[in-house]
Design a binder for this molecule. Structure first.
Ligand code: G3I
Length: 377
């Protein structure tokens, strides 16, 4: 049941315009298509999908990398610059300099810009733990959302309003993760956050962003059911939520296209919600396999997973968590064995396209088209 019809707001127009404009607007492609570099942005835009990546201030100093981003991406998301740790030097102050610099990069390169993330229990500033308590947490959270969303009002494609609020292993019947936000405010912190974000920027698409929804296993299924219960409840009660972000940090060897995940995504679509792949990268568990074989394994998973996801007309954006293995967070967190280089992204550490680049291209080429608002075309 769609209690909030997708009104032709500026948000949709922006998304539509950027999607339709594709590479042309970037002004970086030579006049003749013949010598235009192939871009995932263009392949995706032909099907009404935005393709993009996480970006960071330090990485943009790498000129070849930043020009690759501007060539390949139609949307960008700050990897860290819009988290509390970056935005809030003190309880009384905000520092938007890093976020503003990334917005300028995106804007200059005709990319849409999305925000990550307004409420999370990680990447909190050092003062948080000794300052925030059950008396002031609600006001501090609402003030943060209001100030940050107002600062970027009218500039955001979407916001990850709340990130990773569920963890089945914490044992709660509702599946919620036990975080300071939950302990200090209660479960209602989530809907409070969405209302505050909507009040600060009525045109931004408001997203609930979650990890580990993809695997075909019992824990992921419990998580999907818990998240679906929240989304259903929110839509019924007109809580201003517009999309689900499924992070898609997946393993090459894991089944992430199973019937339970498919049914979940169908139910999310039936709620009238847009679906975004928000943080995709693919690591493997191989430790003594040759690079070529590993790359083929990872590329196959990119093709299989994106082909599966793109069957949903509600899916309107695919972002990878970085574009090159040179800067992936998995260099620390995700290698199968010590000294084994990770290969999770469409470009290798020399900024050369990996087999995954071609796999992503093929998935977009073979995907059904959709309007940029998502839902049935
Ligand atoms: O900026 C400081 C620097 O001043 C300091 O010298 C350095 C060493 O302590 O730390 C730097 O901050 C690091 C920050 O990344 C920027 O590089 C933090 O310690 C580090 O924890 C942080 O890691 C990020 C992590 O989220 C936690 O915020 C990763 O880069 C980022 O890729 C990762 O992204 C998350 C998404 O936000 C949510 N979904 C999962 C995803 C992967 O964990």
């Amino acid at each position: 049941m769609n209690s909030q019809p997708a009104s032709p707001t500026r948000r949709n127009f922006l998304v539509g315009a950027a999607t339709m404009l594709g590479a042309g607007a970037m002004g970086i492609f030579p006049a003749s298509a013949a010598d235009a570099p192939e871009s995932l942005r263009e392949y995706a835009a032909k099907k009404g999908v935005l393709f993009g990546s996480a970006i960071s201030n330090l990485q943009l100093r790498d000129a070849p990398y930043s020009s690759l981003l501007s060539e390949q991406c139609g949307i960008a998301v700050p990897e860290n610059a819009l988290k509390w740790a970056a935005l809030r030097p003190t309880l009384a102050s905000f520092d938007f300099s890093a976020g503003d610099a990334l917005f300028q990069f995106a804007h200059f390169n005709n990319m849409l810009f999305r925000g990550h993330t307004l409420v999370w229990e990680q990447a909190l500033p050092k003062w948080f733990q000794m300052t925030v308590n059950s008396v002031n947490a609600r006001q501090i959270m609402l003030d943060h959302i209001s100030q940050v969303v107002r600062h970027y009002a009218g500039k955001m494609h979407s916001w990850d309003v709340v990130n990773e609020a569920y963890r089945i292993e914490d044992g709660r019947p509702d599946g919620l993760k036990v975080t300071p936000w939950l302990q200090f405010i209660g479960p209602e912190y989530i809907e409070m956050a969405f209302h505050a974000a909507h009040e600060a920027d009525p045109d931004a698409m408001l997203v609930y962003n979650e990890n580990w929804l993809e695997p075909d296993d019992a824990i992921a299924e419990k998580k999907r059911q818990s998240v679906l219960a929240m989304l259903t409840n929110f839509r019924k009660r007109n809580v201003p939520i517009h999309a689900l972000g499924t992070q898609s940090h997946i393993y090459a060897e894991t089944n992430t296209t199973g019937p339970n995940y498919k049914r979940f995504l169908e139910q999310v679509s039936d709620l009238g919600l847009t679906i975004l792949v928000t943080e995709m990268d693919i690591r493997d568990k191989q430790s003594n396999t040759d690079l070529g074989t590993r790359d083929r394994l990872i590329a196959k998973q990119y093709y299989d997973y994106l082909s599966f996801m793109l069957q949903f007309k509600a899916l309107t954006a695919v972002l990878t968590w970085g574009l090159t293995d040179r800067y992936t967070w998995l260099a620390q967190a995700g290698s199968a064995a010590k000294g084994v280089p990770v290969r999770p992204l469409p470009y290798d550490e020399d900024l050369q396209p990996t087999p995954s680049w071609n796999a992503i291209r093929r998935a977009f080429e073979e995907a059904p088209g959709r309007s940029s608002r998502g839902g049935s075309a």
